[in-house]
Design a protein around this ligand. Structure first.
Ligand code: ATP
Ligand code: MG
Length: 413
């Protein structure tokens, strides 16, 4: 029986893996310049963490989680997103006691049981960042400026930033009530999913992608009319700071985000080149989350970029470094192999990429060297061993010379 990868989970093979590395390296450099530090959390967490943070009525918890029991009957879930694990780690390690502000970034796989299609898989990677401990609108703006900077760093200039404010505990309930009133008597006209949402999480109706539902919500009340003064002021400040930071954005009152923990600033980064799954990054403020999960009352804001969608936007033509083999050792016989090993190690210690074949005739080994496109080949067979020399071939020039074994490392640089 052939064993294949699980549906919706794919391999990242070379040379694509070099592009992934390039993306991560560029992102790390940019995170450094904003004072963000890397955090690595486990891939599996207690199911409860996501139920309590992401929310029981969110699409993720309702139907997308990979949940299973371990040998002791504990319910575990493969993380569907990165914010809840970061907040869990922040509380558990009392990070707030060491520094009132934490700026953390992460790379890693996330898991959601969704219908696989272009730009949507069951294991996907995210690059994410969270800023904990700052309530100021400057934090919101800086996160968006950082996100903007990342896309510039990736060479993707045709993304759109869309922002909204979801209000807070004071003003959101009033908006929810208005949406309730608006939906009254109209529920049956919406799609099946929205009919369910109208009972449990009516804001998500605004997020529905179906034309029919979108038309129905055209005249729905907009959140901006319900913001309390503090939320309105915060949103004004964020907009002003974004303008000062040269981030172009569009205001989109329909952005509600599918996760329960968001408040105030919410945003998405979109690109038309992606087709139906057009969001490449998203995020927002989550001021009550740390407290809800048993930590101190610390505000937070974060974002996550979808790596696969990012890669779709970068290709083709993005430059990335493939190290490339510089020296190939054609070794004939066990004695030659033994003699070569320490020389190969010395060259690697000098940062050369040094490889050999694992047996075969001289002819087949030379063919492999050719295929790898190496600059130089060291030939070491019985004859050479007896004479205490090696033949060094320059593949570009087509020349060769005999070098004393003791001088090889020096000769090859
Ligand atoms: P979508 O509207 O596409 O379902 P989402 O709101 O569920 O997105 P978030 O939870 O905000 O997505 O995740 C942030 C980013 O992660 C998305 O913008 C997207 O780039 C990526 N992402 C989310 N789910 C998937 C998936 N199943 N496959 C690939 N990438 C994904
Ligand atoms: Mg989704």
């Amino acid at each position: 029986m052939k064993i294949t990868a699980i549906k919706g989970m794919s391999d990242v093979l070379p040379p694509d893996s070099f592009l992934w590395r390039e993306i991560e390296e560029r992102a790390r450099k940019i995170f450094d310049t904003y004072g963000f530090e890397e955090i690595r959390t486990p891939i599996v967490e207690p199911t409860e963490l996501f139920v309590r943070s992401v929310g029981e009525t969110s699409a993720i918890v309702e139907k997308e989680m990979y949940t299973f029991e371990d040998k002791k009957g504990l319910s575990l879930t493969l993380r569907p997103e990165g914010t809840a694990p970061v907040v869990r780690a922040y509380i558990e390690n009392a990070m707030h006691a060491k520094d009132p502000i934490a700026k953390l970034y992460y790379f890693g796989p996330m898991f959601r049981y969704e219908q696989p299609q272009k730009g949507r898989s069951r294991q996907f990677f995210q690059i994410g960042a969270e800023l904990l401990g700052a309530e100021s609108s400057l934090a919101d703006a800086e996160m968006l400026i950082l996100l903007h900077r990342l896309f510039q760093g990736f060479g993707i200039l045709d993304v759109r930033f869309e922002i909204n404010s979801l209000g807070c505990k004071t003003c959101r309930p009033k908006y929810l009530e208005a949406i309730h009133q608006f939906l009254k008597g109209k529920e049956k006209k919406f799609c099946d999913d929205c009919q369910k949402r109208s009972k449990k999480n009516p804001l998500r109706i605004l997020d529905c992608k179906k034309e029919g539902c979108r038309a129905l919500t055209e005249t729905a009340p907009t959140i901006g009319d319900y913001w309390c003064e503090a939320c309105a002021q915060h949103y004004r400040e964020v907009r002003g700071l974004l303008l000062a930071g040269h981030v172009k954005f569009k205001e989109n009152p329909r952005i509600v985000r599918g996760l329960d923990y968001y408040c105030r600033t919410a945003f998405e980064v979109l690109c038309d080149r992606l087709g139906a799954q057009n969001a490449v990054a998203a995020g927002g403020r989550f001021d009550g989350l740390v407290k809800d999960l048993g930590g101190p009352d610390v505000p937070g804001i974060g974002f996550a970029i979808g790596m696969e969608r990012l890669v779709l936007l970068m290709e083709p033509g993005t430059r990335y470094q493939v190290p490339g083999t510089s020296i190939f050792f054609a070794l004939l016989g066990n004695e030659a192999q033994q003699a070569a090993l320490s020389i190969m190690e010395e060259l690697r210690a000098k940062d050369h990429c040094v490889v050999s074949a694992y047996g075969g005739s001289l002819k087949s080994q030379m063919r492999r060297a050719d295929k790898l496109g190496v600059q130089r080949v060291v030939i070491l067979g019985e004859n050479e061993m007896q004479k205490g020399i090696a033949i060094v071939k320059d593949m570009k020039e087509g020349t060769q010379k005999e070098i004393l074994m003791g001088r090889l490392v020096e000769e090859l640089g």
